[in-house]
Design a protein around this ligand. Structure first.
Ligand SMILES: Nc1ncnc2c1ncn2[C@@H]1O[C@H](COP(=O)(O)OP(=O)(O)OP(=O)(O)O)[C@@H](O)[C@H]1O
Ligand SMILES: [Mg+2]
Length: 343
């Protein structure tokens, strides 16, 4: 008897999808514009042909200026929106398939900007237990999950408090605990720190990072704060509904000119290093932290000192003014880096 071998379709198969936490193919999202009377008056294309993949356990940052489509993309990952065209798979499940809806929402939890809109109960621990209770988790198991989730975000000692008595950062950590209590594989945070002070911002990012590193939960963090993206495994930069750039923080933030074109900043220390390079200092193109900048500056100084001792002309300009060659080199590197952009 002749054997028939069925080959998977090119570029896509069920196995592939299951190996990805998120897989998006050719996603388009159009919103319906409405006039003052609520009648449909055309469409707005918020996502315009996005392809992307997130592997289980990755920490992803999504950047992009206002209106670039970040929140729309996030809502597709939680099946709050459905594709106009294209497909979104969450842990192998197609979001268009209604039968997957509740499992997708449990596996991919969302945290939004305003903690006050997300906390409903009068007591912290009740709020965290609300989700599991809603899906019929047995009481004993609920309390176990509440305790573990609050512990994971460093809020266990506040379990009996009223959320009203917490700071913004603490409230946001309670929101995250509420999501973790559902035992998700992935958490999508849409500007969770936008309404917080610098301390609150640090607390929330630290909690998200810890969940990722210690529990292996995939994290997708949408943010306007470049510093929050430095430790991500991968950054996606959105522009006009498209993925304009993707790469590691070092790859993305070394492209200062390209980021400026997309109306985005780079971390302050990266910008300072960029300006110093333009002024002629011999520094690497991709400095992300204060420590790296200090090391690089000390390194270039030390080299200079050694060269001076040996009676050579120092290579880097240091305080002696710009070194034309270094500036030229900077521009060239950035042009090259710019060519590596996606989209
Ligand atoms: N409900 C809606 N109806 C119509 N248009 C919408 C709706 N929500 C968003 N848009 C439009 O879709 C585009 C993308 O919006 P989205 O909220 O996804 O951007 P964003 O990157 O999250 O912006 P921000 O940084 O301000 O949060 C914008 O042009 C926006 O005006
Ligand atoms: Mg948004």
């Amino acid at each position: 008897m002749q054997k028939i071998i069925i080959l998977p379709a090119r570029g896509e198969c069920a196995g592939d999808r299951r190996m990805s936490m998120i897989k998006i193919q050719k996603l388009i999202h159009d919103y319906i514009k409405r006039d003052d009377e609520g009648n449909a008056a055309g469409t707005v294309r918020a996502i315009d042909g996005v392809d992307l993949e997130v592997k289980p356990g990755q920490f992803i940052a999504v950047l992009g200026h206002n209106g670039s489509g970040k929140s729309t993309l996030a809502k597709h990952l939680n099946a709050l929106l459905f594709p106009t065209e294209g497909t979104v798979w969450v842990d192998g499940m197609d979001t268009k398939d209604g039968a997957n809806l509740w499992e997708i929402r449990r596996e991919a939890g969302m945290v939004f900007q305003n903690p006050d809109n997300q906390i409903i109960a009068q007591v912290v621990e009740e709020d965290v237990g609300f989700g599991p209770e809603n899906i019929g988790v047995p009481t004993e198991e609920i309390w176990k999950r509440v305790e573990e989730s609050l512990k994971a975000v460093g809020m266990l000692e506040h379990r009996k408090k009223s959320p009203n008595r917490l700071s913004g950062g603490q409230k946001q950590r309670v929101s995250i605990a509420g999501v973790i209590a559902m035992e998700p594989k992935c958490i999508i945070l849409d500007e969770p720190t936008a309404m917080l002070d610098p301390n609150g911002r640090k607390e929330v990012i630290k909690a998200a990072m810890k969940l990722n590193r210690e529990k292996g939960i995939t994290v997708i963090l949408i943010t306007h704060y470049m510093e929050e993206a430095i430790d991500a495994d991968l950054i996606f930069v959105m522009d006009k509904g498209e993925i304009a750039m993707q790469g590691t923080p070092r790859e993305i933030f070394s492209q200062v000119k390209r980021m400026k074109e997309l109306q985005l900043d780079v971390p302050q220390v990266t910008l300072l290093a960029y300006e110093l390079r333009k002024a002629g200092l011999h520094l690497p193109a991709s400095i992300l932290t204060k420590e790296e900048l200090v090391d690089a500056l000390l390194g270039s100084k030390t080299e200079e000192g050694k060269e001076a001792e040996e009676g050579k002309e120092p290579k880097s300009a240091g305080t002696a003014g710009p070194d034309k060659e270094t500036v030229k080199e900077t521009d060239k590197e950035e042009e090259e880096a710019g060519n590596g952009d996606q989209g």
